[in-house]
Design a protein around this ligand. Sequence first.
Ligand SMILES: [Zn+2]
Length: 544
Amino acid sequence: MYDLNKIKPLPEDFKNWIESQLPPEPIFFKNHKGYSDLLCGHCGERSTIYLEDGMEDIFDIPWEKPERNKSAVCPLCNYEGYYEIGQVTAEHRNYEYFVLVQQDTDGNLVSRCFEVLQAWKKGLEANHEVIELERYVQSPGKLIKLRHERNWYSGETYWNELKNGHMSFSQRATLYEEGPGYDFKEEIKTSNLPYYEPNLYFDIFNEWGYESEYAYQVLKSLAIYANAPWSESFAKMGWTNVIKNVMWKDGSTALLNKRGKTLKSQLRLKKGENVRKFQDYMKIKPEKWYRVLEILQLSERRKRSFSQEEFDLLMSLYQIKDADEPLKYMTLTQLVNRLKEYKAQKEKAEKRIYAETTILTEYSDYLKLRRQLGYDMTNEVFIHPKDLHKKHQDLIKEQQMRRDSERAAQMEKQYDGMVKAYEMLCKKYCYEAAGFIIRPAKCPTELIRESQALHHCVGSSDTYMRKHATGTSYILFLRKKETPDVPFTTIEISGVKEKEPRILQWYEAYDKKPDEQILQPIIDKYVEHLKKGTKKPGKRAKAS
Ligand SMILES: [Zn+2]
């Protein structure tokens, strides 16, 4: 956490400077014969000025007759504004933005971003509310972002250090460049980032189409300069594409090493020949820098060099990451041949065209699943399946089943109250009528199965299991008498807390009720039956 005590006080005339930068406020007028009534929008006070034809004392200097939008001075507070007609009564609110770049006590550069709310209304004193919104602390190789936030309960404000998230400050801001005891250029020269040039990336900004003020460009470029030390030399080499791509992330990218001292280490490469290859590509296809660097890093990670043909193929892929998994088990040529084979297979089966990258994504995901599920990855049958799509689907199912059984085991343990309560609940809730049976759920596993079979939510979260185990509400299964093991309809009924049983919800598959006309009367009768049961005093005494 950044120590806020390192922030220095504001330059002495900074607040006055902000005031001087704000757009003028109005002085309202009403003209009469020989005089005008004024109401100052700045100090909020009323006054009267006398015009030439209303002068009583010929030695007084008459005021000029007020005219809308002409410059005006308040005779009371001497504020210089402009004339506005008295009929204007709407409240006016205007936001202005300012930036101050200042060293902290360690010599690091802090960009301080201010928002000023300028509000005025006829008859009131104008209000200027200055809030410091953001601070960017910049040292070589490091950018700390702080945002001023408010706790809405206590009303306290505090500085929050942002782990990610980029600059949100207004692009329409003004930079404080000089004043007594402060000079922007001197502040930089004597800081820990003395070689920062405000116009280092301006060409890129312009090309990028940033329609921002100088202050915002300084803010952004200083952040990139500090956070991405490689960017300075890259800019000088003309590798502007790289900088453009990381600009929106304020200079952060995992592809480059910001602690690297040499070009090789900045590019996260180990071999000189790969650095040269990258440099060559930057001459012909600078816009592809990201892909080229990804491939070079991949080739070093997988310890193999790619032929030009292989390189070109990788360049055409949508996701280099997808090639990472397959290349653990095969050569690139093998991969290419297999992709062709799977592509032809899938297209034949589904009678439509597929892009190679789609096939690669599936193949990569398939291999990853195989590995994660613990299969022998030296077995050619697993590495190179005959029917990729089917085997992929099988693995997805297998993974789902494993997850389900793990979850079921956990739920059984957690909600063993369900199992314990089953026999007792049976006595009260079991029912049979018109070819249907109703019974409580026996255990969490059963509930999960019911939910999967009928595609509804009772088993997907453990809410219903918890309610069932604690008696808040119970899950009942309504099934056809001749197929008592086949899930059909699921009912949630009120639990021990309610005096009379009440159906909370019931659904057939997919949370629908196609057989409502048949089932609703049965469920109604069932509730009646339960009510009779609860009203019998004798039975109740027995149960307790
Ligand atoms: Zn005034």
